[in-house]
Design a protein around this ligand. Structure first.
Ligand SMILES: NC(=O)c1ccc[n+]([C@@H]2O[C@H](COP(=O)([O-])OP(=O)(O)OC[C@H]3O[C@@H](n4cnc5c(N)ncnc54)[C@H](O)[C@@H]3O)[C@@H](O)[C@H]2O)c1
Length: 248
C-alpha cells in the first residue's frame, strides 16, 4: 500500500459521490485519516464501509455554524479538500437572484468558511495543504450556459491565490483544481434533466472532448492526492487544469 499521506488528517466536503468520494478513497488508501463530509448520510455510510480510515460526518457547506463546530471538535487538519459545488445551467439572462445566491453560497461562501475554520490549526502547526475545486468553466475557458457557475469558479481561483499569497511563508499551501467534464452522478442527473434523447446528450458531452471520452473521478482524485502530499511541497497558488485537452 502507498503511504504518500501517512500521518496526515484530511477533511473533505461533498465526499458522498463523484470526485469527492473518489478522493476520500484515494486519500485513505494513501495512508491518511479521512473525515468525509456530505449532506447525504446514506452515501457517507456506504463510503465509510469501504475503508476503515474513513470517518464520516454530515456537513452542509452552506452552514457556517456547522463548519465551525465540526472543525472545533475534529480538527486540526493537515489537508482540506473543498470539493462541494453546485452547477446552475443558463446564461446571465436565465439567472435569477436565488440561483445566483445559491451558486455563491455553495461554491464560494462554503469554501470561505471552511478555509477560515481550518487555517488557524494549520498555522499553529506551520503546515497544511488546502485544495479548492474550481473548473475549466471559469477563467480558463468561457463555456456557454454556465454563467453563475463560471463566475463562482473564477472566484475560487481568486480565493485560492489570495490564501496562498498570505500564508506562503508560514507552511500553508493552497491550490486549485480545474477539471473538464467528469463522469459523475451529478453529470448524469444534469443529462437526465435535459429531457429527450439521453444517449445523444452524452454523445454531445463526449464530442467536445479531444480525447473522445469524459474524465473519471479517480483521475481528478489522483491530482488532489498529489497536492495533498508533500510531493507538491514547492507548489502553491496554482490552478491545475485536468481536462483531457478540452481547453487546449
Ligand atoms: N463533474 C464534473 O464534470 C465537474 C467538472 C468540473 C468541476 N467539478 C466540480 O467538482 C466538484 C464535485 O463535483 P461532482 O460532479 O464530483 O459531484 P456532485 O456534484 O455529484 O456532488 C457530490 C456531492 O455533493 C453533495 N452536496 C451537495 N450539496 C452539498 C452541500 N450544500 N454541502 C455538502 N455537500 C453537498 C451531494 O450530496 C453529493 O454527494 C464540484 O465542485 C463541481 O463543481 C465537477
Amino acid at each position: 500500500m502507498s503511504e504518500r499521506l501517512s500521518g496526515k488528517k484530511a477533511l473533505i466536503t461533498a465526499a458522498g459521490a463523484g470526485i469527492g468520494r473518489a478522493t476520500a478513497l484515494a486519500f485513505a488508501h494513501a495512508g491518511a485519516q479521512v473525515l468525509a463530509t456530505d449532506i447525504d448520510e446514506g452515501a457517507l455510510a456506504s463510503l465509510a464501509a469501504e475503508h476503515s480510515a474513513i470517518a464520516t460526518q454530515r456537513l452542509d457547506v452552506t452552514r457556517a455554524d456547522e463548519t465551525a463546530a465540526l472543525v472545533k471538535a475534529a480538527g486540526p487538519f493537515d489537508v482540506l479538500f473543498n470539493c462541494a459545488g453546485y452547477v446552475h445551467a443558463g446564461t446571465i439572462l436565465d439567472t435569477d437572484d436565488a440561483s445566483w445566491q445559491r451558486s455563491f453560497s455553495i461554491n464560494v461562501d462554503g469554501m470561505f468558511h471552511l478555509c477560515k475554520a481550518v487555517l488557524p490549526g494549520m498555522l499553529e502547526r506551520g503546515k497544511g495543504s488546502i485544495i479548492n475545486m474550481s473548473s475549466v468553466a471559469s477563467s480558463i475557458k468561457g463555456v456557454p450556459n454556465r454563467f453563475a457557475y463560471s463566475v463562482t469558479k473564477a472566484a475560487v481561483i481568486g480565493l485560492t491565490r489570495s490564501i496562498a499569497a498570505d500564508y506562503v511563508a508560514r507552511g500553508v499551501r493552497c491550490n486549485a483544481i480545474c477539471p473538464g467534464t467528469v463522469k459523475t452522478p451529478s453529470l448524469g442527473e444534469r443529462v437526465r434533466a435535459l429531457g429527450g434523447d439521453e444517449t445523444a446528450h452524452w454523445q454531445s458531452f463526449i464530442a467536445r472532448q479531444p480525447m473522445g471520452r469524459l474524465g473519471e473521478p479517480a483521475e481528478i482524485a489522483a491530482l488532489a492526492l498529489y497536492l495533498a502530499s508533500d510531493e507538491s511541497a514547492f507548489t502553491t497558488g496554482t490552478t491545475h487544469v485536468v481536462d483531457g485537452g478540452w481547453s487546449n
